[in-house]
Design a binder for this molecule. Structure first.
Ligand code: CDP
Ligand code: MG
Length: 133
């Protein structure tokens, strides 16, 4: 089933100058890029985007990090886009992520893990609307 997902190249990866390599991987994996933009989230926007995690111990640090510099947000389409993009990203903690995944390749820590991906059709719908109206 063709579906859509929301991907983010997080501020750590933008600072590391690996936007190009991550977009190359996205194209190599067969995704259509339907939307792409650079955004510097405000702290309030980051808090809204990650609202589902508001009670987690990492929420404050995560939303500070996500508003610390520009990100690149992408609207992606592919067969099984949500699951496939999460496989390409790898586990949340780069140290646990399999070789060949983007988080293993470019992530720095469980927080600064280079990329984001929606985790369900409902989340994808919310996240796509958040950035692409
Ligand atoms: O991004 P993913 O869906 O893999 O993980 P999540 O559990 O939805 O957490 C969202 C984001 O919070 C992660 O990508 C990390 O940047 C951050 N996080 C963290 O800083 N510390 C944790 N223990 C778990 C997640
Ligand atoms: Mg998640």
């Amino acid at each position: 089933m063709t579906e859509r997902t929301l991907a983010i190249i997080k501020p750590d990866a933008v600072r590391k100058k690996v936007i190009g390599r991550i977009i190359q991987r996205i194209e190599d994996e067969g995704f259509e890029i339907l939307g792409l933009k650079m955004v510097h989230l405000t702290r309030e926007e980051a808090r809204k985007f990650y609202y589902v995690h508001k009670d987690k111990p990492f929420y404050e640090s995560l939303t500070d990090f996500m508003s610390s510099g520009p990100s690149v947000v992408l609207l992606l389409e592919r067969e099984n886009a949500i699951k496939h993009w999460r496989e390409v990203m790898g586990a949340t903690d780069p140290a646990q992520a399999r070789p060949g995944t983007l988080r293993r390749q470019f992530g720095f820590s469980i927080e600064r893990n280079a990329v984001h991906g929606s985790d369900s059709p409902q989340t994808a719908e919310y996240e796509i609307a958040f950035f692409f109206g």
